[in-house]
Design a protein. Structure first.
Length: 418
C-alpha cells in the first residue's frame, strides 16, 4: 500500500482534479490511499465563515460562491454523476445548518465543524472524478480512524485508539486488493464524535498517520514545487534541490520554518521507517526529494530558512533576581498556557530572551507578563536559521543587516535580524 497526498494547490480547479488521475495513471500501480486537502483557498474562506459564526454575524451569503465553485468543478470532472452531486449538496447543507444554529459558545469547536467541510467536499469531488475515469475508488471518512483529543484546531492524535479503529475500519478495506481509497487530510474526530482539525496545513500529517496505520511502503506528497529545497525558491536565488535527506534533517528544517512539509509529518514515518517522497504534480518526470533514514547527504548543502514577523522579547525579573529554574518554569508555563510557541531562546544572568511569531496571542502574553516582569521587545524582526553553515553563506545572508542575537551550534547557526 502506498499513500499519496495532494494539497489544496493541486486540486484547486477541474484541471487540477484531472491531473490527480494523470498522476495515478503513471505511478499508482498497486494499492493506494489518497489523502486530499481542501480545494485551493477553501480553508481560508471557511475560516472567515467560522469567525462570522463566532461573532454572531450572518454568513449565509458567503456560502453561495463556495457552493458554485465546488458544484462547477464536480460537474466538469464527473458529468452526470447525480449521486455525487446529491452527496455534495448534503454536505453543503451541513454548513448551512451549522450557520443557522449559531455559535455553540466554543469558538474553536465551531471552527472545526465548519472548516473541516472543505476536505469533505474536495474528497467527494476527487473520488467522483476517479470513478468517472474508471478507477473504482472509494470515499473513506478519515474520522472513522483518526481519533484525537478535544483540543480543537490543533488536536492531538490518540495513537492506540487510531490503531484499534484502523484494524476494524481500514485494514479490512486495505486487505481487499486492488484498492483505491480517497480520504481527507487535516481532520479527525473525538471519542464523542465531534470533528476536530490537526492545525493548518495538517494534511501532510494526516498522510503520515494513515501510512503509519497501514504500514505503507511509502508516502508521496505531490506539490507545486519539485521537491524540498535548501531555501525557499520564492525568496532566494540559486536555490538547490535537496535530493536526499534524512528524517532528522527534514524534521529540523520543517521545525525551523521550512514550509514544504508540516513538522509533525516526519515522526510517524521515522518510527516505521516509511520513506517520504516530495514530488511535483506538474512535472511528473522530475525526480523530487527522498526523505528516509540515510543521512550521508544531509550536510552537503547549507540550508537556510527565514521566518518573518518575529518579536524578540526580553523578560527580566523586577527585582533583578537571577534567571533560574523557578522563574523560568513560571515563564514557560505562561507561554504554554497562551499557546505561544518559542522559536528561539537565550538567557543572561537577569534576562531571558525569546523569539516568537508576532500575533495577537503573543501581544496579550506580553501584557500579562508585564504584571510580574519587566518586558521589552523588538518588533519586525526576522529569524534566520542556517543548517550546515559556512562562513561565505553566513556573510551573504547577514551582511548589511543588524544582528540582534546570534546562536551557533555545530550544525546550526541562528540569527535575529532587523
Ligand atoms: N486545508 C487545510 C489548510 O489549508 C489543511 C491542508 O491543506 O493541509 O490548512
Ligand atoms: Mg496545503
Amino acid at each position: 500500500m502506498k499513500v499519496f497526498k495532494f494539497g489544496g494547490a493541486s486540486v484547486k480547479d477541474a484541471a487540477g482534479v484531472r491531473n490527480v488521475a494523470e498522476v495515478l495513471k503513471h505511478f499508482a500501480l498497486g494499492d493506494l490511499l489518497i489523502v486530499v486537502s481542501a480545494m485551493g483557498k477553501t480553508t481560508n474562506a471557511l475560516e472567515l465563515l467560522a469567525w462570522d459564526l463566532a461573532d454572531g454575524r450572518d454568513a449565509m451569503e458567503r456560502v453561495g460562491p463556495l457552493w458554485e465553485q465546488h458544484r462547477v468543478v464536480l460537474e466538469e470532472v464527473a458529468p452526470g454523476d447525480g449521486h455525487s452531486l446529491h452527496e455534495l449538496q448534503a454536505q453543503f447543507e451541513r454548513l448551512r445548518t451549522l450557520l443557522r444554529n449559531g455559535s455553540s459558545g466554543s469558538v474553536d469547536r465551531d471552527y472545526d465543524q465548519v472548516v473541516s467541510l472543505g476536505e469533505v467536499w474536495s474528497t467527494l469531488i476527487v473520488n467522483a472524478h476517479l470513478r468517472h475515469v474508471g478507477f473504482a475508488s472509494e470515499w473513506f471518512d478519515a474520522r472513522q480512524v483518526v481519533r484525537t483529543d478535544g483540543r480543537h484546531r490543533s488536536a492531538n492524535v490518540d495513537w492506540p485508539a487510531c490503531e484499534a479503529l484502523a484494524r476494524v475500519h481500514l485494514r479490512p478495506l486495505a486487505d481487499r486488493p486492488p484498492v483505491r481509497l480517497v480520504t481527507q487530510g487535516f481532520i479527525g474526530c473525538t471519542a464523542d464524535g465531534l470533528t476536530t482539525t490537526l492545525g493548518r496545513e495538517g494534511s501532510d500529517f494526516s498522510a503520515a498517520i494513515f501510512a503509519y496505520l497501514l504500514d505503507a511502503e511509502s508516502v508521496t506528497i505531490w506539490k507545486d514545487v519539485p521537491g524540498m529545497f535548501n531555501a525557499d525558491p520564492k525568496r532566494f536565488l540559486d536555490t538547490r534541490l535537496l535530493s536526499h535527506i534524512s528524517y532528522r534533517e527534514a524534521i529540523e528544517l520543517s521545525y525551523f520554518g521550512a514550509s514544504v512539509i508540516h513538522p509533525r509529518t516526519l515522526q510517524p514515518l521515522q518510527r516505521k521507517q516509511i520513506p517520504l517522497f516530495v514530488r511535483s504534480f506538474s512535472d511528473l518526470s522530475a525526480p523530487g526529494s527522498t526523505i528516509d533514514d540515510r543521512s550521508e547527504s544531509d550536510s552537503l548543502i547549507p540550508s537556510f530558512i527565514l521566518k518573518p514577523a518575529q518579536l524578540l522579547i526580553s523578560i527580566t525579573p523586577r527585582d533583578l533576581s537571577f534567571i533560574v529554574e523557578e522563574n523560568l518554569s513560571d515563564i514557560f508555563a505562561r507561554f504554554a498556557q497562551r499557546n505561544v510557541r518559542i522559536d528561539l531562546m537565550q538567557n543572561s544572568a537577569v534576562a531571558f530572551s525569546v523569539a516568537v511569531d508576532d500575533s495577537p496571542r503573543s501581544r496579550r502574553l506580553i501584557e500579562e507578563l508585564r504584571a510580574d516582569y519587566e518586558v521589552r521587545y523588538n518588533e519586525g524582526c526576522e529569524l534566520l536559521t542556517v543548517r550546515h553553515y559556512d562562513d561565505a553563506t553566513l556573510e551573504r545572508l547577514t551582511s548589511g543587516r543588524e544582528v540582534l542575537l546570534e546562536q551557533r551550534s555545530r550544525a546550526t547557526a541562528r540569527f535575529i535580524l532587523k
